[in-house]
Design a protein around this ligand. Structure first.
Ligand SMILES: [Ca+2]
Length: 479
C-alpha cells in the first residue's frame, strides 16, 4: 500500500519496529477513515409515537402539571420543532400517513372507520418499513399497528416489518390488561390476565401490556445493535382505557378523580419508558449513531385535559382539525448530527417521515407528499420547504373537516362547498377570530389548495354543502 512507502527503510530491526509502531496506527486510522468515507454507517432510526398525548402534556412544550424529564432531555440534547403537526387528528389515519408519506387527501385511511368498515393497507402500498428494508435495515414494530388485522393484506409483516409485537386492532389496543397480544399475526395469551365482564379481549390482571411492549422494544434493539435497524415504537400510552397497575405515588394525594390520577400515571410511565429506552441505547453504545424521534399521533383525549391543559391552550383536541387536535410535540435527537438544545420552526408533519427516513437510509422515496427533514436536522438550508400542509378527516365534532396551514394562515371548513374560516395563527393561535372577510385572496388560495389536495376515495364521502341555515337534520355519523 502507498502508505507503506512512506516508511523509510530502517537501519535496524529495532528501528523498523519503532517506526512500525509509530506509523501502523496512523495507516490503520487512514484505512478506516477511507472506509468510513466510502460507506458512512447508516443511522439506526427509532420513531417513538405516543398515543393521544397532547402537546400540552409535554414539559418542554409548556406542561406544568405532570413532569416529563426524560422527554425534555431528548429536546435538550436534540432539536425541538415548534410548528410540527400530526398526520391526522385520530390514530389510524396518522399511522397511514407515517407509513406511506401520503397526506389524508391521498391516503387510503382517512378516519378510523370507513363506510366499508376497517380499511387495511393494500399490497401495492409502499411503506417506510419496506423502503428501509430495501436499504438494508432490520425493521421491528412494537405497540399499536392499526392498519390491518391478522389475515388481511395490511398486517405489518406483509408491509415491510420483520417483526411486530403488540396490537394489530386498535380497539383491542384500548385494553392495557388484554387477554392476549399479537406477535407476527399470532395471538400470545397473557397468563396473568383474565376476562373482565363481557367485553371481548378486555381483561384485568397483572400483565400490563405497556411493560411487555417496552421489553420487546428493548430486546429488538439489543438483538440488532450491530446493524442498522428501524424501530417503530408505536407505544399506547396515554390512550384510554385508563388503566394502570397502581396510581403513581406522586399523584395519590392529588385532589383529582381516580381517572385523572390514572391519566397522570400513564403520562409519567410514558416518560419513564422513554428514559429506559435512552438508557438502553447508552448502555449498548448506540446513542451516537441513532436518530430518535419523539412525537404523538394526535391531540389529547384523556380525562386530565382541563387539569393538565393538555392542548396547551389551543382550540380543540383529538378528532378536531383545529390546532389542539393536530399540533404535535416533535423532537429529534442525534448526537453529533443534530446540535443539542436547538429549536426549528420548520413547518412539518408526520407526512415528512417517509422522505426523511429514505434520505437518511440512502434510498429513493416513493411518490410522497412529504419532504426530508435531514438537512434541517443538520442545520443546513433545506432545498425546499412546505408552502402548505393539508388534512381532511371524516369523524370528529362534525362529520367532515378540511384544514390547511399556509405560512401563518390556517384555513378550516366542514363542507367542500362550505365557507372557509380563516385564522392568522401568528396573532390568533387559538383560532378565535375568523378573518376570512378581510383576506379574500388568501381564502381563494386556500380553497384552491383544498380542491387540489383532496382526491376522492370510495371509502369516504365528504360533506358537499353545509346544511341550510336553521336545518335541524341529524348529524351524519361515520362510525
Ligand atoms: Ca391516538
Amino acid at each position: 500500500m502507498k502508505i507503506h512507502r512512506a516508511i523509510p527503510d530502517g537501519p535496524t530491526i529495532r528501528g523498523t519496529a519503532a517506526l512500525a509502531a509509530r506509523w501502523l496506527p496512523l495507516a490503520l486510522g487512514l484505512v478506516l477513515s477511507f472506509a468510513a468515507h466510502a460507506a458512512p454507517a447508516k443511522p439506526n432510526l427509532i420513531f417513538v409515537l405516543a398515543d393521544d398525548q397532547g402537546i400540552g402534556e409535554v414539559g418542554c412544550y409548556g406542561s406544568k402539571v405532570v413532569p416529563t424529564p426524560n422527554i425534555d432531555r431528548l429536546a435538550a440534547e436534540g432539536m425541538r420543532f415548534t410548528r410540527a403537526y400530526s398526520g391526522s387528528a385520530v390514530c389510524a389515519p396518522t399511522r397511514n400517513v407515517l407509513m406511506t408519506g401520503l397526506h389524508t387527501g391521498h391516503g387510503t385511511r382517512r378516519a378510523n372507520m370507513s363506510k366499508h368498515g376497517l380499511i387495511s393497507l393494500a399490497p401495492d402500498e409502499i411503506t417506510v418499513a419496506e423502503k428501509l428494508k430495501e436499504a438494508g435495515y432490520t425493521t421491528g414494530g412494537f405497540g399499536k399497528w392499526g392498519l390491518g388485522n391478522p389475515g388481511t393484506t395490511g398486517v405489518p409483516e406483509r408491509q415491510g416489518f420483520d417483526q411486530w409485537y403488540g396490537y394489530y386492532d386498535q380497539v383491542h389496543a384500548h385494553s392495557f390488561f388484554p387477554l392476549y397480544l399479537v406477535r407476527n399475526s399470532a395471538e400470545e395469551k397473557l397468563a396473568g390476565n383474565r376476562p373482565a365482564g363481557t367485553k371481548l379481549a378486555k381483561g384485568v390482571g397483572t400483565d400490563y401490556s405497556v411493560d411487555l411492549i417496552l421489553k420487546e422494544t428493548l430486546a429488538f434493539i439489543t438483538a440488532h445493535k450491530d446493524r442498522p435497524f428501524f424501530c417503530y415504537a408505536a407505544w399506547t400510552l396515554p390512550h384510554g382505557d385508563f388503566e394502570v397497575p397502581a396510581i403513581a405515588p406522586d399523584f395519590v394525594g392529588q385532589p383529582w378523580s381516580e381517572e385523572i390520577k390514572t391519566h397522570a400515571t400513564m403520562l409519567q410511565r410514558l416518560d419513564r419508558d422513554v428514559g429506559t429506552l435512552m438508557k438502553t441505547l447508552r448502555d449498548l453504545g448506540l446513542d451516537q449513531n441513532t436518530l430518535v424521534i419523539y412525537t404523538s399521533d394526535n391531540g389529547a383525549a384523556g380525562p386530565g385535559g382541563a387539569t393538565f391543559k393538555s392542548s396547551a391552550g389551543l382550540r380543540g383536541a383529538k378528532r378536531d382539525l383545529r390546532e389542539g387536535g393536530i399540533r404535535a410535540p416533535f423532537i429529534a435527537r442525534w448526537p453529533g448530527k443534530i446540535r443539542a438544545g436547538t429549536t426549528s420552526d420548520t413547518l412539518t408533519s408526520h407526512v415528512d417521515w417517509m422522505a426523511t427516513a429514505c434520505d437518511l437510509a440512502g434510498v429513493k422515496p416513493p411518490k410522497t407528499d412529504g419532504l426530508s427533514l435531514a438537512p434541517i436536522f443538520q442545520g443546513k438550508p433545506a432545498p425546499s420547504q412546505h408552502e402548505h400542509l393539508y388534512w381532511e378527516i371524516y369523524e370528529g365534532p362534525v362529520p367532515f373537516q378540511q384544514a390547511v396551514r399556509l405560512g401563518d394562515w390556517k384555513g378550516y371548513r366542514t363542507a367542500l362547498r362550505g365557507p372557509l374560516e380563516l385564522h392568522d395563527l401568528a396573532r390568533d393561535p387559538v383560532e378565535k377570530n375568523n378573518v376570512a372577510a378581510e383576506h379574500p385572496a388568501v381564502v381563494a388560495r386556500i380553497e384552491a389548495i383544498m380542491a387540489a389536495e383532496h382526491v376522492r376515495n370510495p371509502n369516504w364521502d365528504p360533506v358537499e354543502s353545509p346544511p341550510a341555515p336553521g336545518a335541524t337534520g341529524k348529524k351524519r355519523k361515520n362510525k
